[in-house]
Ligand binder design. Structure first.
Ligand SMILES: *[C@@H]1O[C@H](CO)[C@@H](O)[C@H](O)[C@H]1NC(C)=O
Ligand SMILES: *[C@@H]1O[C@H](CO)[C@@H](O)[C@H](O)[C@H]1NC(C)=O
Ligand SMILES: CC(=O)N[C@H]1CO[C@H](CO)[C@@H](O)[C@@H]1O
Length: 317
C-alpha cells in the first residue's frame, strides 16, 4: 500500500510538468498581423523615449509592413527629434484574442537591435499585476543573454533549482517584492538575443502555459534540434518532444491557475525608459554613449536595425 501511494505521489508530481499535444488555434503570418492584432498608440507605462503610432500611421510611414511571408515592425530611423517634443515613432501590437492554457510559437528572423532599444515579446492582460505577465523574450541595449520572466501579485515564488537549462536570477515573482524585477531565468543558450540572434537569422521561441506550469524554449534558426512541428507549423504541436526548457516555472509555491488570467500577446519596442535608459544598462553593460534620451533624439540612423521581422506566430490551444 505504502509503496503504491508513494508511486502515485511520484507520478502526479512528474505528470504535473509533462507536456501534451495541442491543436492549432490561431495562425498569424504576414497580413494576419493587421487583422488579428491591434496597433496600440498608447503612452509607454515604462517612460520610454517612444511615440507609439496607430495602424494607419504605421502603414503610411512603412513602420509596419506585411508580405506573404513576413511581418515587419520598426522604429523611425530618419527623424531627428526635438528634445521637447514626442519620442521616436515605433510600433506596439497586441493580439485581439486572449489565451489561457496554450502553446505559442514565435518564429522570428530579426529582433530590434541597437543602443537604447528595449524590445519585448510577452503575454499580459489589462489587470496588472493581478492577472500576471509572462515575458518570453526581452532585453535592452543588445546585452546578451536576456531572460524570461514572470511578474505577479503576492504569494508567487519559485524553487531556485528547477529542471531547466537557464539560471534563475530571482525566485520571487511578486512585483512588490523586488522592485518589479519578477522571477527571471537567464538563458544559457547562445544566439538567443540581440546581435548574435540576428546574425543567425533569429530562431524560434515557444511558450507552454498550463494551470500548473509555464515553460519557455528557444532554438536558434539552424539548431538541428528544432522540433519539426516548430520549424514547420502544422495542425498541432507536441510539447513532450520539445526537450528540457530554457525556463521552467512551477506551482510548488505559486498557484499558477489563480495568478495568471487569459492573456493577449504583445510585441513592442520602446527606447530608454525605466530599464534601457538606466546608465548601468545603457553605458556600462550596453557600451552606449552619453544619455539615452539624447542619443535617441539625435541619431535616427542608429535605429536602422531596430526592427522585428516575424515569420509567424502560431497559437495552439
Ligand atoms: C514593453 O514590454 C515590456 C515587457 O516586459 C513592458 O515591461 C513594457 O511596459 C512595455 N512597454 C510598452 C509601452 O508596452
Ligand atoms: C517598406 O518596407 C519593406 C520592408 O522593409 C520594403 O520591402 C518596402 O520596399 C518598403 N516600402 C516602401 C514604400 O518604402
Ligand atoms: C546579461 C544581462 O544583461 N542580463 C540582464 C537581463 O535583464 C535584467 C533585468 O530584468 C538585468 O538585471 C540583467 O542584468
Amino acid at each position: 500500500m505504502r509503496s503504491t501511494a508513494a508511486l502515485f505521489a511520484l507520478s502526479t508530481l512528474v505528470s504535473s510538468v509533462l507536456g501534451a499535444t495541442y491543436p492549432l488555434k490561431d495562425k498569424f503570418v504576414g497580413e494576419d498581423f493587421f487583422t488579428g492584432f491591434s496597433h496600440q498608440a498608447i503612452a509607454d507605462p515604462t517612460h520610454g523615449r517612444v511615440n507609439y503610432v496607430d495602424q494607419a500611421t504605421a502603414k503610411a510611414q512603412n513602420l509596419s509592413f506585411a508580405s506573404d511571408t513576413s511581418f515587419i515592425m520598426r522604429a523611425d530611423s530618419f527623424t531627428v527629434l526635438d528634445a521637447n517634443g514626442p519620442g521616436r515613432n515605433s510600433v506596439r501590437i497586441q493580439s485581439n484574442n486572449k489565451y489561457a492554457t496554450h502553446v505559442s510559437v514565435y518564429d522570428i528572423r530579426h529582433m530590434p537591435q541597437g543602443c537604447g532599444t528595449w524590445p519585448a515579446a510577452w503575454e499580459v492582460s489589462e489587470n496588472w499585476p493581478t492577472e500576471g505577465e509572462v515575458d518570453i523574450l526581452e532585453g535592452t541595449n543588445d546585452i546578451e543573454p536576456n531572460q524570461s520572466t514572470l511578474h505577479t501579485s503576492a504569494n508567487c515564488a519559485m524553487p531556485h533549482e528547477r529542471s531547466m537549462t537557464g539560471v534563475s536570477v530571482s525566485d520571487n515573482c511578486d512585483v512588490a517584492a523586488n522592485g518589479n524585477a519578477g522571477c527571471g531565468v537567464q538563458s544559457t543558450i547562445p544566439k538567443s538575443y540581440g546581435k548574435s540572434f540576428n546574425a543567425a537569422n533569429g530562431g524560434f521561441y515557444a511558450m507552454e502555459r498550463t494551470p500548473t506550469f509555464i515553460k519557455v524554449w528557444f532554438w536558434s534558426r539552424d539548431d538541428p534540434a528544432v522540433p519539426a512541428d516548430v520549424k514547420t507549423p502544422g495542425a498541432a504541436v507536441n510539447t513532450d518532444a520539445f526537450g528540457t526548457p530554457a525556463a521552467l516555472f512551477v506551482n510548488d509555491a505559486c498557484d499558477i491557475a489563480t495568478h495568471f488570467a487569459a492573456h493577449n500577446i504583445v510585441i513592442n519596442l520602446t527606447f530608454c525608459g525605466d530599464w534601457a535608459g538606466i546608465p548601468q544598462f545603457f553605458n556600462t553593460l550596453g557600451g552606449c554613449p552619453g544619455v539615452c534620451s539624447d542619443f535617441v533624439n539625435a541619431n535616427p540612423a542608429a535605429f536602422a536595425d531596430a526592427f522585428w521581422d516575424i515569420a509567424g506566430i502560431h497559437v495552439y490551444e
